[in-house]
Design a protein around this ligand. Structure first.
Ligand code: FES
Length: 67
């Protein structure tokens, strides 16, 4: 499913990035471009990070604003 419509990034891509070492939304932004445009994907992208890393994924400012 698409998490970031603006950049056409799927939950699978986010999980793969997380498994490859991305731990924060900033990491995902740098690697995939998520949250770079409208930012509405921040909360969902963070949820995907959390699925991979458990509770240790850091939400960052955008996810906190979206919550
Ligand atoms: S949906 Fe991700 S930046 Fe717009």
């Amino acid at each position: 499913m698409y998490v970031c419509v603006c950049k056409a990034v799927t939950d699978r891509q986010i999980r793969e990035a997380a498994q490859g070492g991305a731990r924060t939304l900033k990491d995902l932004r740098r690697e995939l471009g998520v949250t770079r445009d409208c930012g509405r994907c921040a909360s969902c992208a963070h949820d995907c990070l959390r699925e991979v890393h458990g509770g240790s994924a850091k939400p960052g400012k955008l996810a906190r604003q979206a919550a």
